[in-house]
Structures are given as C-alpha cells and as structure tokens.
Design a protein around this ligand. Structure first.
Ligand SMILES: NC(=O)c1ccc[n+]([C@@H]2O[C@H](COP(=O)([O-])OP(=O)(O)OC[C@H]3O[C@@H](n4cnc5c(N)ncnc54)[C@H](OP(=O)(O)O)[C@@H]3O)[C@@H](O)[C@H]2O)c1
Length: 318
C-alpha cells in the first residue's frame, strides 16, 4: 500500500511517499481503507522535533519505520475476531492510538475498534476525518473535565482554529454563553459558529473584558497567556490548558483564586467519538474545512498547519 514515511526529523522534504506492507490486524482491531486524514499541529511538531516524536509515538528503536498521523475516516475492509461493533463495509472515523502510533498517513490503517465510531451518513469522509483529534480535545476538555452546563460563561481561545471551532459549537450545544478570541478577520466566522461575543486579541486584552468566566479553554503557548486566562476566570472557576502545567506563578494564582486547573492531553476514545458523531448527525456541530490537499501533497498540509493561522480544519484526501 501507499504510505507517507518520515525519513528523519526535520523539514517537510522528509515526508516521503513510499510503498509499504499493508498492516495486519489484531483480534480487537479493524482494517480501515482510508478516505481522508486530518492534520493537526502535533503532526508538524512530531515531524520536526525528536523529543515530541519520542514522547508521542514512542518508537521501539531507531530503525522503526515512522508513519505519522492519527485522524482518519474510511471504510472497514476487515475485522478481527473479537470485533462485534463493526463489520466490512461500515464507514467509520476516529483518532487512532493517540498517544502512540496511529500510522494514519496510509491507504490502510489497523485501528482498535474501541477508538472508532460510525460515520454519520449526512457528513462527508473529509468532514468526519476533521472531527477527530481536534473535536475530541474540545469534548474531553469541556465535557469530561469541566462538566460544562447550561448558562456557563466560557472563554475559548483560538476559537477559529481546529480545536476552538469545535469547542465553540460544543459549548453552545450545552447552552453555554461563549466568548471566542481570534484576530479580526475571523470575527464573522467565530460569531457564525455561535459565539455570543468575539474578542480580537490583536487589538484588545481579553482579561480586561472578561473577569467572570466559569470556564476558560486556553490553547495558546506560553505561561504569560495562561496567567492572563487565570485573570479572566471567576474565583473557583475552571481553567483547562492544552499547553502548560500549573507551575510557579501559575500554581500560585490557581491557589489564590481556588481555580480548578487541569492540563489536558487528548486520548483516543470510542465512547467520546460516538458523542461527537451524534452532534454531527444532529447538525449541532459541523466541520469547517478551509483547505483540502491530495495525499501526495501532504507536505503542503504540514506547511499550512505550521502557519498557526488555519481556519477550522485542513484535510488530506486519498
Ligand atoms: N494537549 C492536547 O491534547 C492538545 C490537543 C489539540 C491541540 N493542542 C494544541 O492546541 C493548540 C491549538 O490547536 P489547533 O488544532 O486548534 O491549532 P490550529 O488549528 O492551528 O489553530 C489555529 C488558530 O489559532 C488562532 N490563534 C493563533 N494565535 C492566537 C491567539 N494569540 N489568540 C487567539 N487565537 C489565536 C488563529 O486565529 P487567527 O488566524 O485569527 O490568529 C487560528 O485560527 C496547538 O498548539 C496544539 O498543538 C493540544
């Protein structure tokens, strides 16, 4: 089968289209013929940075062939003997083996059945592939960790990005009051997602405008930004960071304001995928795909995600 191999850590020229063996499946896995893949910032950091690659993919040795990627949608072509939920011909989607090796940049992926959900018929393979790592992150942060509920005031940073655009829609589906941050050219996009308020981070300090959030979802790098998010949450509120842990000044502020703080690391989870599938099916959330790339042009998808300016999601089609 065709797959994109990472020759070594470095630039996009190290992503090489190659012929490799089709994976065999374990009893608990299905073999998926991949139709679309989505790309996340972690794909580019694992490509570039050896520490990230080691920490996330955990390769057994230096000789191991590395295939990046976790987010897939496609059709089941074979099922292991313990798999009850899916059969040949089912269309599925999910984030495969994160943290670990999803090996998604390939025509066929061996995926544990308990990490997948049935793709709703009313959405495309591209829309399904997009609603995996980014949507799971938003779901796990807001629902599983923060227990979001009707009437909560939720500040969502990078509301126009992959995680953020799902987070805005998920929060609205729970009846929350949502404030989203992005730059001015994403104002209409974020409001159209359902946000009640928009803050242009290039012209205003969000912490001057919001001081009483029940929940803040912070996906921006740097302790300075996180400290400002701690200013925006009310006493006893919840802050989830996709980037930083509570250390030093952050730990002090968390204690002083009695904030419930957690650093989030998304995990593969079929039950959460089913919740996302339901929201997609009911039209309560959708995937905004701003760019599509051919499989052979995956390096361009990496370059796009590295801009840090992606609106919604980008996908690669096979
Ligand atoms: N810990 C985890 O499990 C986990 C999971 C998923 C993602 N992440 C991390 O979370 C971050 C976001 O992921 P993503 O997939 O959403 O990335 P993304 O799609 O690349 O995010 C791009 C968006 O970020 C916005 N943005 C950039 N700087 C901003 C700022 N200072 N304030 C507000 N918005 C800003 C941009 O809006 P403008 O163009 O308007 O600036 C753009 O729409 C990444 O660093 C990623 O690695 C962590």
């Amino acid at each position: 089968m065709k797959a994109i191999i990472l020759k070594e850590n470095g630039g996009v020229e190290n992503l090489i289209l190659s012929e490799v063996e089709t994976p065999s499946i374990q009893a608990n896995e299905v073999l998926v013929r991949v139709k679309a893949i989505s790309i996340n910032p972690v794909d580019a950091s694992a490509r570039q940075n050896k520490q990230t690659l080691q920490a996330i993919l955990k390769p057994k040795d230096a000789e191991e062939v590395i295939i990046l990627g976790w987010d897939i949608s496609g059709t089941v072509v074979d099922a292991g003997m313990d798999v009850k939920e899916f059969k040949k011909g089912d269309d599925v989607f999910g984030m495969v083996n994160f943290i670990g090796q999803g090996k998604a940049y390939a025509e066929f992926v061996a995926a544990p059945a308990n990490q997948l959900a049935i793709k709703p018929e009313n959405i495309s393979y591209e829309e399904a592939a997009a609603a995996t790592l980014a949507a799971l992150t938003a779901w796990q942060a807001l629902v599983n960790i923060c227990k979001i509920k009707k009437g909560d005031k939720v500040l969502i940073h990078a509301a126009a990005g992959g995680v953020g655009h799902y987070a805005v829609q998920i929060a609205k589906s729970f009846g929350a009051y949502v404030v989203g941050t992005a730059s001015a050219n994403n104002r209409n996009f974020v409001l159209q997602l359902g946000a009640d308020e928009f803050i242009d981070y290039t012209s205003a300090n969000f912490e001057d405008k919001i001081k009483d959030a029940d929940i803040v979802l912070d996906s921006i790098s740097g302790n300075e930004h996180l400290l400002r998010s701690l200013e925006s949450v009310k006493k006893g509120g919840k802050v989830v960071s996709l980037k930083s842990s509570a250390e030093g000044k952050i730990a002090d502020k968390v204690k002083e304001k009695e904030i419930i703080f957690q650093r989030v690391m998304v995990r593969s989870n079929g039950e959460d995928m089913k919740q996302i599938a339901k929201l997609l099916e009911e039209g309560k959330i959708y995937s905004h795909i701003s760019k599509k790339f051919d499989f052979k042009d995956i390096s361009k998808a990496h370059q796009q995600i590295e801009t840090g300016k992606t609106r919604g999601k980008i996908v690669v089609v096979l």
